[in-house]
Design a protein around this ligand. Structure first.
Ligand code: HXC
Length: 260
């Protein structure tokens, strides 16, 4: 249970969360439920959704699950429609669905590059686009989960770097276009966060200790650090924050601390 904020700061809000079954975004979804939000979570994998639904419901929360691939706009539209039918509205959209693997640029196929861009960038657009009417109605908000990989350059991550740069562009552009409708659009760029699928895939264990010493705050991030940033951005305390991607990385990227 996250202890930093009052447990009712998202009371009455409905949050539609992609990639909300596991990892960083799973933690954010659970934290939102603990702080009063009703959840609709989507993922490609039904089993990831069922596990998170149990966690949320065991904690006294509400959780609708909808299996959908964010690359498929019609499936996303159907998931949004099902959420509105169930809860009557959507207040918060969190785009957390992401693809990742390590691959050198000279080994990566065009389809491998395009697959990650389709999941991260096009998927984010699809979800934002499909939920626009609902967010306009609720004067809601969008939170896009990004990364810091593209601030400098990250070897073996050209596809994810390009995809996340696109996500950040979506955050900025939509904040400008949709602010007039009362919709806030922000992002979070996590740095190295321990105990995540992404980090297991990306980080060889032998370099974790070495890397920790290079992080200005001398520790890896925790999923809870991202939960806290997300709770803040989603709360009324952030009601004048729009178009920002909040970096939560202990200051790592400023030193060019490479993950590879
Ligand atoms: C090279 C690969 C590959 C790999 C897939 N491809 N895995 N290329 N190395 N390890 C290529 C395939 O060869 C194929 O191209 C194309 O990508 C599509 O592969 P499929 O398996 O058909 O695609 P699909 O099943 O749709 O999804 C693939 C996937 C997905 C993107 C790899 O399974 C996935 O992302 N899983 C991981 C989810 C995850 O860990 N999410 C957390 C992200 S963490 P060809 O040319 O052969 O057809 C994150 C944080 C980043 O984003 C920041 C960290 C600090």
């Amino acid at each position: 249970m996250n202890q930093v904020f009052n447990t009712d700061i998202l009371k009455g809000k409905v949050a539609f969360v992609t990639g909300g079954g596991t990892g960083i975004t799973g933690g954010v979804a659970r934290a939102f439920a603990e702080h009063g939000a009703k959840l609709a979570i989507t993922s490609r994998k039904e089993e990831n959704l069922a596990a998170m639904k149990k966690v949320v419901e065991d904690g006294g929360g509400e959780c609708l699950t909808v299996a959908a691939d964010v690359r498929d706009f019609e499936a996303v539209q159907a998931a949004v429609a099902q959420t509105i039918e169930h809860y009557g509205k959507i207040d918060i959209v969190i785009n957390g669905a992401a693809g990742n693997f390590l691959c050198a640029a000279d080994q990566l196929s065009p389809n491998g590059f395009g697959t990650v861009v389709d999941i991260d960038t096009k998927g984010t657009f699809n979800v934002c686009r499909a939920s626009f009417d609902a967010l306009k109605e609720s004067k809601g908000q969008i939170l896009n989960i990004s990364a810091t990989l593209h601030y400098l350059a990250t070897p073996m991550q050209i596809h994810v770097s390009a995809a996340k740069a696109g996500v950040d562009a979506i955050t900025r552009n939509l904040s400008v276009e949709w602010g007039r409708h009362g919709i806030r659009v922000n992002g979070i760029a996590p740095g190295p966060i321990e105990d995540t699928e992404g980090m297991k895939r990306l980080l060889m264990p032998e370099i974790k200790e070495k890397l920790t010493k290079k992080i200005p705050l001398q520790r890896f991030g925790r999923i809870e650090d991202i939960e806290n940033a997300a709770l803040f951005l989603a709360s009324d305390a952030a009601s004048y924050i729009n178009g920002v991607t909040l970096v939560v990385d202990g200051g790592s990227w400023l030193l060019g601390t490479s993950l590879m």
